[in-house]
Design a protein around this ligand. Structure first.
Ligand code: FDA
Length: 311
């Protein structure tokens, strides 16, 4: 119930304006977000890389409705990739970027898919010049088909373009099977959105089982699985599956969100695994923050306590 209410709140413009205008919430946000400027993202990236972690940077924002805004977001990514390269942080894919299709135009009233494809191609070109890669985030269930079409089209020119499968969708095991091919970078997550009954799985245990099923499909295939979860049971399943299949440490990676289970991030990396931290930055942090709060009541308590303690 609480999760549903918070996810509904993540789409509320009024709540968004109220919360974003409150300077106290901004402090709390810094637990999950690098900061508002690209320089903040660069500084945190440098620290994470020094700690032996990999990074995927997300410029926060989604549901762009103006073509000019989609272009501005694209240009921010291109600039960021140039700065990462100049700072020596992107070579070998150490720091890559994650892009939300609706941030670069997928949801535009006209030519959304074409615009998103062109904009992601520009970002992927900049990433290639910087010696790194792009992963295309997955958003709500109404965007899945279009997003997979965009990724499939772009992979002809950018075979290392990553995509995301969400285990809460009933279709996911089939999608994993068709994406589990050589060179295919696939991030597997549970999914941060809601879907109607016939489309999504409502029960958490079913979402977890679906994750384990998808994980097996990806780890059995010749692709490059990117296992995005904080769930200790699923991380343990991944580790034993890697061992069973004789997968080398560089043939897959774990991914966790910035600010969540940092000790586990270090533990996995110290054990020789590749661990990538998803690092958001930018001033449009509202939807991202509320989805994190919805996932874990403890985050919500942390948030409310921080607000109260500053009064
Ligand atoms: P879940 O939330 O069920 O938590 C499972 C367990 O993990 C908990 O019981 C607890 O043990 C531990 N845990 C979780 N949060 C914790 C915390 N704050 N502190 C301590 N322990 C904690 N979603 C999407 O729809 N599209 C996308 O493109 C992406 N991309 C993405 C990238 C990366 C790198 C990650 C890690 C996640 C995403 N997501 C995403 C979000 C994802 O779908 C999901 O909403 C969150 O990762 C939460 O799911 P978990 O797998 O962590 O499980």
């Amino acid at each position: 119930m609480l999760r549903q209410a918070l996810l509904a709140l993540s789409a509320s413009n009024r709540a968004r304006d109220l919360i974003m205008a409150n300077p106290l919430t901004r402090d709390v946000v810094q637990r999950f977000v690098a900061g508002e400027a690209a320089d903040d993202a660069l500084a945190v990236t440098r620290r994470l890389l020094d700690d032996g972690l990999l990074v995927s940077i997300d410029f926060l924002g989604e549901d762009t409705i103006e073509p000019e805004h989609a272009t501005a977001v694209t240009e921010e990514y291109v600039r960021l990739l140039g700065e990462l390269s100049a700072a020596g942080l992107s070579g070998g894919g150490r720091a890559e970027v994650s892009v939300k299709p609706t941030a670069v135009g997928l949801g535009l009233a006209e030519h959304g898919e074409k615009t998103a494809t062109e904009n992601i191609a520009r970002i992927a070109t900049a990433a290639r010049n910087a010696g790194t890669t792009v992963t295309v985030d997955m958003e709500d269930h109404t965007r899945v088909d279009a997003t997979l079409r965009v990724v499939t089209e772009l992979r002809a020119d950018f075979p290392d373009l990553g995509c995301v499968i969400q285990s809460y969708l009933r279709r996911s095991a089939d999608d994993c099977a068709s994406l589990a091919m050589a060179g295919s970078r696939v991030r597997l997550c549970k999914g941060a959105y809601q879907a109607p009954d016939g489309v999504g799985l409502a029960v958490k245990a079913e979402v977890d089982q679906s994750y384990a099923r998808c994980l097996r499909v990806l780890m059995d295939g010749p692709g490059y699985p990117m296992l995005a979860t904080h769930d200790p049971r699923l991380i343990a399943i991944a580790a034993s599956k890697a061992q069973l299949n004789g997968r080398s440490a560089d043939s897959f990676e774990y991914q966790l969100l910035y600010g969540i289970r940092p000790a586990e991030q270090s533990r996995l990396a110290a054990g020789g695994a590749q661990v990538r931290v998803y690092l958001p930055y930018g001033d449009d942090w509202y939807g991202y923050l509320v989805r994190r709060l919805a996932e874990r009541p403890a985050n919500l308590v942390f948030f409310l306590r921080a607000l109260a303690s500053r009064r």
